[in-house]
Ligand binder design. Structure first.
Ligand code: HEM
Length: 179
């Protein structure tokens, strides 16, 4: 953690990239329900792919920084079942794998190959990725079972992600009641 890279410490870079990735994923997922409620904002959908892929690339950089600076290229040290962070790190890995699959299938070829119905199902696992990432955030930032969020950036990101998941559920129920 004492290594310096320019003005930022590895710890600061890991924190910033992690939070940025969750915030971008949350914004990506907010667009769908917002457009369902306000069809006039449909133009926002054109930015979903870019935001989603950016979220994955930043999560990848986050993981690479941890791999390089926290465990010095030692995967066994990173995923060590004896470590109190083990489960939290597994959730992060699962989230990253889902984001990778989503990035690789965000194209016309995959849409045609998988059929639109299956493709949509695959894309909706982005919510699972977000929930796993928030679980990862929660567990890696908990000490002795107590979740401690220090900065405003952490509080805002956590709140935004929770809001996006709740908002999605509310829109589903609201539209069901209206139909
Ligand atoms: C193999 C995949 C991953 C690994 C190894 C990993 C590793 C870590 C580690 C070690 C920390 C703790 C940093 C600390 O205590 O200072 C952390 C925090 C965090 N990670 Fe990950 N992570 C992974 C994937 C992800 C993904 C996919 C996301 C988001 C989509 C994410 C978001 C976060 C966030 C928000 C934090 C808390 C940042 C903070 O406020 O300090 N991580 N991660």
């Amino acid at each position: 953690m004492s290594n310096k890279f320019g003005q930022f410490s590895p710890g600061e870079m890991v924190e910033t990239t992690g939070l940025l990735s969750i915030a971008l994923l949350s914004l990506t997922l907010l667009i769908g329900p917002i457009c369902q409620l306000f069809p006039r904002l449909d133009g926002l959908k054109a930015h979903r792919k870019f935001l989603g892929i950016l979220s994955f690339l930043i999560a990848l950089a986050h993981s690479a920084l941890v791999y390089i600076f926290y465990v010095n290229f030692n995967l066994a040290k990173l995923f060590n079942p004896q470590s109190p962070q083990y489960v939290g790190l597994l959730l992060g890995l699962a989230s990253l794998i889902i984001l990778l699959v989503l990035t690789l299938t965000s194209n016309k070829f995959s849409l045609n190959f998988l059929t639109p119905k299956v493709w949509k199902l695959v894309q909706s696992t982005a919510y699972v990725a977000l929930i796993l990432a928030v679980g990862h955030f929660y567990l890696t930032k908990s000490t002795n079972g107590v979740f401690t969020v220090k900065s405003a950036a952490e509080q805002i990101t956590f709140g935004l992600a929770a809001f996006v998941v709740l908002f999605r559920l509310l829109v589903i129920f609201y539209l069901k009641i209206k139909l």
